[in-house]
Design a protein around this ligand. Structure first.
Ligand SMILES: NC(=O)CC[C@H](N)C(=O)O
Length: 220
């Protein structure tokens, strides 16, 4: 399984993602420039990753310009034929702007950039994972119809919880509706999340919980 990481002007977590996948998880990684469009070296067994950052300076809305990059047209085609895609933070925003995932990421409820460790819980895992966040526009929002569909299909992959995995409104760092920290598409091939698992894959950073996240997505 190979991993392609798309670099946009303003991406700033692309090298962290490369380091985590290549050096901590021992994966083959190919860096991809947003102006290129060739994904012919990838099969649907492989993964394309959209990293965090401030693509195009977050102008208009986070991810709204990156979505039109030539490479994104190829990523959308790759996803539509069943290829796996993960978007982290700004990458999640790009996936929502592209229509590969439903809903949107609004400015944080407190109007502040929030940078800290949070706890998130996936229903299939026994405990909450401690993963860092760093975003100004992380408040997931979708209308009730979409949210009910996401819940019915088990597409809410992570919710913000307290450290014991309890759904606690005070554990929600940005006001995301129903404490949503990450979702996937119906086919479970496209994943998006605001927290940064690539910042938690080495004992050097004192946190290995990100490895669990990558395992959950079938990346490790
Ligand atoms: N770390 C990130 O990817 C930040 C995403 C986006 N620029 C925001 O502030 O919401």
């Amino acid at each position: 399984m190979k991993f392609g990481i798309v670099v946009f002007p303003g991406s700033n977590c692309d090298r962290d993602m490369q380091d985590a996948l290549q050096n901590d998880l021992n994966k083959e990684v190919i860096m991809l420039w947003h102006k290129d469009e060739d994904l012919s070296m990838f099969t649907t067994d492989d993964y394309i990753v959209l990293p965090g950052g401030f693509s195009f300076g977050d102008y208009l809305r986070c991810g709204a310009i990156a979505r039109f990059s030539p490479m994104m047209q190829s990523v959308i085609a790759f996803a539509n034929k069943g290829g796996k895609v993960l978007g982290v933070c700004n990458g999640f925003q790009v996936l929502c702007e592209s229509g590969l995932l439903p809903g949107t990421l609004l400015p944080n409820g407190n109007q502040q950039f929030v940078c800290k460790n949070v706890y998130i819980k996936n229903d299939s895992l026994p405990k909450a994972l401690k993963i860092p966040i760093a975003h100004g526009d992380g408040r997931y929002y979708a209308d009730d119809k979409v949210l009910n569909e996401l819940e019915a299909n088990n597409q809410i992959i992570f919710r913000y919880t307290d450290e014991f995995g309890n759904l606690d409104l005070s554990a929600n760092p940005n006001g995301a509706i129903r404490n949503i920290a990450g979702i996937c598409n119906k086919e479970r091939t496209v994943f998006g999340m605001m927290p940064h698992p690539e910042r938690a894959t080495t004992p050097n950073l004192g946190n290995l919980d990100g490895v669990e996240v990558f395992r959950l997505f079938g990346m490790n």
